[in-house]
Write a new protein. Structure first.
Length: 508
C-alpha cells in the first residue's frame, strides 16, 4: 500500500491534511516531528507533507528537523510553518512579516506541476505572522500575494514544494486540486486506498490473527464500536461476544434498537446488561458535572469487567479505537499517545491473548464508509456524537429517573421532527438539554410550574469551532409546540444561540 507521511509540527490541521490525502485514495499517516529519520527511511513513503504550526522557525525552542530529510529523494510539500521550515533548513531567510495575513487572501500562481489546471488568480486561506524573505538556493518563487512575495516556492530537481497558505481547508479555492497534483503529478501515486479493499483485507487479517479463539468487544452502540463489531462478526461469527452495558442514560429506545440491530443482522453472541437503577443509586445527590462523569465512568468500568470475568475462554479483547485515538502529538516535546474513551484500561486480573483494534487506521468518516458497506443501519453509521456519560451530562444537576424520562421524550420529539422535515442533514449535531430550571406557565386555565427544555444545534466541519444553527423559525415553532404538548412536565422551550467559542457544544 502506498503511503504519504504527514510530519506533524504542531499544526491544528494535521488530521485534516491526512484526511484530505485519503480522500484522493492515497493512505496517509501522521507522525510527530520527533520521529527519527531512520524510521522515516524504512517506511518507503511516496511523499512527505510538513504541517503548519504556531511557532517561529528562528526560535530555537520551536519544532525543527534535520535538513537531511531534504536529501531523501522523496517528494516533499511544506505547508505554512512547514514551508518556512524548508526555507530555514535550506539556509533561506525567514523574517517576521511587516503585515500578517489571516483569512481569505488573493493568491497569484506561476507555472508549476503543483498548480496544474489552477487559474493564475485564486483565493487561499492564510494564517501566518512570519514569511520567507529569500528562498534557499535552488528554489524559485511560484506564487505570491500582495503582502507575501514568496507565498509558494519549488525546487523541481529535488521535488520539494512549499506553500505559505493552507490547501487542506475548504476556504482555499483550489486547495483540493493542489493536494491532488502533489499526490499524482509529483509523487506519482496510483490511488490504491479504497474501502472495499480495506474490508476484505481486514477480515482476512482478523481470521488469521484470531484463529479458533474467542473475541470480546465492548459495544456502546456508537459508530466506532458498531463498525468494529460488524467487521469482527464477518470475520469470525459466533466466536465474537459483544457486551452492551445499558446504564439507563441513552436516548429513548436506543438500547432496544442496538440489541435488535446486532442480534438480527450479525452472527454473534450479544449480552445486554440493564443496570439503570444501579447507576442512579450511585449518582443520587450528585450535581457537579465532573463528579457525575467520574461516577458514571467508574460504574461502567466495574459493571463491564465484572461481566467479562464471568466469560469463559476469553481469547482476544477488541476495541473500537480509530486513528485519531492513536496519533502522537507533534506539539512541544510530548510523546504520550492521547487518551480517549475508545482505548480501555484492562484490569490486571483479566488476561487476554491480545488486543484487537480493527479500525485503528481509519478516520471517523472512513469508519462510516465501512459501516455503510457492511450494511449497518444509517441510524448507527451516521449517529451523532454522543457523550460517554450519555444523558448524564445533558441533565444539569442531580439525575433522577423522572428527569431522564423528560429529556428522553423531548429529545425524541426533536429528532423525529428533524427527520420528518429533512433538516437533520444540515446539522452537525442537535439535541435537547434539561437545565433543571423551573418556570411558570399556563396550561388551559391552570398555572403550571414545570421544566424548561433547551435545544442545542450546531454546524461545523471539524468540531474545533462550531456555529449555532440557523434553523428556520417555523421548524423551531413546530418542535416547541410538540414538546410542550407531548412531553409531561415541560412548559417552556428555549434555543441556544451560542457559538463555539465562547461556548462548548455540550453544556456540561
Amino acid at each position: 500500500m502506498e503511503k504519504i507521511l504527514v510530519l506533524d509540527f504542531g499544526g491544528q490541521y494535521n488530521q485534516l491534511i491526512a484526511r484530505r490525502v485519503r480522500d484522493h485514495n492515497v493512505y496517509a499517516e501522521i507522525l510527530p516531528y520527533t520521529t527519527p529519520l531512520g524510521k522515516i527511511k524504512q517506511n518507503n513513503y511516496k511523499g512527505i507533507i510538513f504541517t503548519g504550526g504556531p511557532n517561529s522557525v528562528f526560535d530555537m525552542s520551536s519544532p525543527h528537523y534535520t535538513k537531511d530529510i531534504l536529501d531523501l529523494g522523496v517528494p516533499i510539500l511544506g505547508i505554512c510553518y512547514g514551508c518556512q521550515l524548508i526555507a530555514w533548513m535550506g539556509k533561506g531567510e525567514v523574517v517576521t512579516a511587516s503585515k500578517s495575513e489571516y483569512g481569505k487572501i488573493e493568491f497569484s500562481a506561476k507555472k508549476s506541476p503543483l498548480f496544474k489546471d489552477i487559474p493564475e488568480k485564486s483565493v487561499v486561506w492564510m494564517s501566518h505572522t512570519d514569511m520567507i524573505a529569500r528562498p534557499p538556493e535552488g528554489f524559485e518563487i511560484i506564487g505570491f500575494t500582495d503582502e507575501c512575495p514568496c507565498a509558494a516556492m519549488q525546487n523541481t530537481k529535488k521535488n520539494i514544494y512549499a506553500v505559505q497558505f493552507h490547501p487542506e481547508v475548504t476556504h482555499s479555492e483550489y486547495g483540493n486540486k493542489i493536494l491532488h497534483n502533489f499526490l499524482y503529478e509529483i509523487c506519482h501515486c496510483s490511488g490504491d486506498w479504497v474501502m472495499d479493499n480495506f474490508i476484505d483485507s481486514t477480515v482476512e487479517k482478523l481470521r488469521a490473527q484470531i484463529g479458533d479463539k474467542n473475541v470480546i468487544l465492548g459495544l456502546s452502540g456508537g459508530v466506532d464500536s458498531s463498525v468494529a463489531a460488524g467487521l469482527l462478526s464477518r470475520a469470525v461469527g459466533k466466536q465474537l461476544t459483544c457486551v452492551f452495558v445499558d446504564q439507563g442514560l441513552m436516548r429513548k429506545d436506543e438500547g432496544d434498537f442496538v440489541e435488535k440491530t446486532f442480534t438480527s443482522l450479525f452472527d454473534m453472541n450479544f449480552v445486554r446488561l440493564n443496570c439503570g437503577e444501579q447507576f442512579l443509586k450511585k449518582l443520587k445527590g450528585i450535581s457537579e458535572p465532573e463528579q457525575k462523569r467520574k461516577i458514571i465512568g467508574t460504574e461502567f468500568f466495574n459493571v463491564f469487567w465484572n461481566e467479562i470475568r464471568n466469560q469463559e475462554n476469553k481469547g482476544f479483547f477488541a476495541q473500537g479505537t480509530i486513528y485519531p485515538d492513536c496519533i502522537e502529538s507533534g506539539k512541544g516535546d510530548a510523546d504520550v499517545i492521547k487518551t480517549h474513551h475508545n482505548r480501555v484500561n484492562i484490569p490486571k486480573d483479566v488476561q487476554f491473548a491480545g488486543v484487537i483494534e480493527p479500525l485503528a487506521d481509519l478516520f471517523k468518516d472512513e469508519v462510516r464508509k465501512v459501516g455503510e458497506k457492511l450494511g449497518i443501519p444509517k441510524e448507527l453509521v451516521w449517529r451523532q456524537p454522543f457523550p460517554g456519560p450519555g444523558l448524564g451530562v445533558r441533565v444539569i444537576g442531580e439525575l433522577t429517573a423522572e428527569k431522564i424520562k423528560i429529556l428522553q421524550e423531548a429529545d425524541w420529539v426533536l429528532r423525529d421532527e428533524m427527520a420528518k422535515n429533512g433538516y437533520e442533514k444540515n446539522l452537525a449535531q442537535f439535541f435537547c438539554v434539561l437545565p433543571n430550571v423551573m418556570t411558570v406557565g399556563v396550561m388551559g386555565d391552570h398555572r403550571t410550574y414545570d421544566h424548561l427544555i433547551a435545544i442545542r444545534a450546531v454546524t461545523t466541519d471539524d468540531f474545533m469551532t462550531a456555529d449555532w444553527a440557523k434553523i428556520p423559525y417555523d421548524i423551531l415553532a413546530k418542535v416547541s409546540n410538540r414538546i410542550t404538548n407531548e412531553v409531561e412536565h415541560v412548559n417552556r422551550v428555549v434555543y441556544d444561540i451560542t457559538s463555539k467559542p465562547p461556548g462548548t457544544v455540550e453544556w456540561e
